[in-house]
Design a protein around this ligand. Sequence first.
Ligand code: ZN
Length: 275
Amino acid sequence: MKLGFNEATCMKRSSVEDDLRLCEKYGYDYIELRLDMLKKYFAKNTIKDLQSFFGSSRLKPYAFNSIEDINFCDSSRWDTLRALFTFGCETAQAVGNPYLVVVPTMGEDMHLKTKKEVFDDSVEVLDRLADIAMPYGVKLAFEPIGDKRWCVRSLDQALEIIEAVNRDDVGLVLDSINLFLYNRLEDIDSIDKVPLEKIFVYHIDDCEDLPLGTLDHCHRLFPGDGVIPLETISQKLHAKGYDGICSVELFRPEYWEIDPETVIKTASEKAKRFL
Ligand code: ZN
C-alpha cells in the first residue's frame, strides 16, 4: 500500500502549507487535505499555488475530508452541504484529487432511525451527491463510523448501501478505528466481503483499550501503539490485492499539542510496517 497522511492528524497546529512540505520531506506518497484547512489556505494562496506544488512534488493529493452529516438534510442544511461539496469538487478537479470523503450523520437520536430509513436516505443522498460530482470527475468515498451516535455504523451496512447505489464513482472508506468502534471488530471477516474496486480509501489508526461507549476518536493512537489488529487488517487488504492509500488519520488532542514535524515523522515510521 502507499503511505498517506490525513490532515486531521496535526490540524490544530499545522496548515496546508506545512503539511505539504513535511509530507514531501518524510516520504509520503499521498495527502488527504481537509476542506476547512483548504479554505484557510485560499485566504492567502491561489489554486495555481496548489497546482504548482503538486506539479513539482512527489506527494500527490488523494481524498478531501470531509463532507459530514450527509443524511436527513432539511433544505437549508442541504444548501450549506451542497456549497461545501461543490467547493470540494471544483478544487479536486483543479489539482487532480480523485476522491471526496463523505460521512453519515451523527446525533444522539440517530439510533432511533430504522435501518430502512437510514438505507433509503443514504442511497438517495449518495446518488444526488455523485450526480453533482460526476462532471468534475470526482468519486465519493463513504465512511461508516462504528459508534452508535452515527447512523451508518457497520461495514456490512455501508456495503449494502453502496451496492444499492451501484455506481462506479461511489465506494467506501475503511477506517480501522471506525471498524473497531463497531463491536470491537468481532466481525473482522466483513472486510473480506468488500469487493476490491469498492475500497477507495483506507484510514489507518490505532486506539487505547477502552470500553465501547467510552472509546472515541480522541483516543486514537499511532499505528502499532494500541489494540486494533492492524496486521490482520493489512493481511486482509493484501489478500484482496488492495494497493491504494493507507493514510494515517489521528484526532488525538495530545498529538495536536506536539510539533507537526515530529508527529508527521513519527507517523510515517510507525505506519510503514503496516503497508
Ligand atoms: Zn477516517
